[in-house]
Write a protein that binds this ligand. Structure first.
Ligand code: SAM
Length: 249
């Protein structure tokens, strides 16, 4: 049966393209790309001549039928996004669900994602984390969203763009407090890659002082709050107390 491959592409450094990704993109009948012009450069670099169609937030529903027809005709298809892993803060969810619901397989071809890449080098606890994607564009919404994770013990990761990075850090100072430890990961795998962690008020000052640090693509990693100490007595203490009580006259 024909399959839909979900193929990850690099987040900057073309050396991060996997051999399997190249092989799959060369072998399928059609590539569904978020932006065919943008992905055209990647295809040229890896000598991939497969035809492309666009699949983005505004036409995903119509495209589902086209893709189901192709799969029914036995043609394999690949889905890619502009960068990184499709569906991770990128289109494709509706398409993948539709393809699976129709009884076809969606096969992942893994590779880069900015969220995992950033966490791997940030030096914050990553045993449990929450990915929040992009914060709302407007200040009120952004602050409300931040208020929801203020007491979160797990690490929280956000995506941010150059347009709002300073405003977002300002809101973090305001809502999460000046002392919260935040790591900024910028331009990962690219020439100006920067990973810098500090209490968020100092991070903000550091970035405001250097305009170059405000350029590019960002991942913000917010360390969670210290877990609350257990209230009352521990099970062990309670057991000792119970035993002692039994001994009392
Ligand atoms: N699908 C992608 C992934 O798997 O990471 C994410 C797509 S999302 C539309 C784009 C956002 O991802 C950027 O605004 C930025 O927050 C983050 N991002 C992508 N590439 C990045 C990079 N090289 N360095 C830092 N952040 C990056």
């Amino acid at each position: 049966d024909a399959v839909l491959y979900i193929v990850a592409t690099p987040i900057g450094n073309l050396g991060d393209m996997t051999p399997r990704a190249v092989e799959v993109l060369q072998s399928v009948a059609l590539i569904a790309a978020e932006d065919t012009r943008h992905s055209g450069r990647l295809m040229a670099h890896f000598n991939i001549k497969t035809p492309m169609i666009s699949v983005h937030d505004h036409n995903e529903r119509q495209r589902l039928q086209t893709i189901l027809d192709k799969l029914s005709a036995g043609e394999n298809i690949a889905l890619i996004s502009d960068a990184g892993t499709p569906l991770i803060s990128d289109p494709g969810f509706y398409l993948v669900r539709g393809v699976r619901d129709a009884g076809f397989k969606a096969v992942p071809v893994p590779g880069c994602s900015a969220v995992i890449t950033a966490m791997s080098a940030a030096g914050v606890p990553t045993d449990r984390f929450i990915f929040e994607g992009f914060l709302p564009a407007k200040r009120t919404g952004r602050q409300q969203q931040l208020a929801l994770i203020k007491s979160e013990e797990r690490t929280v990761i956000f995506y941010e763009s150059t347009h709002r990075i300073i405003e977002t850090l300002n809101d973090m100072v305001e809502v999460l407090g000046a002392d919260r430890y935040v790591v900024m990961a910028r331009e990962l795998t690219k020439t100006f890659e920067t990973i810098h962690g500090d209490k968020v008020s100092d991070l903000l000052v550091w970035m405001e002082q250097d305009h170059n640090q405000q350029k590019g693509e960002f991942v913000l990693i917010v360390q969670g709050v210290e877990p609350k100490k257990e209230e009352g007595f521990s099970a062990e203490t309670l057991h000792v107390l119970e035993t002692l009580l039994e001994e009392l006259p």
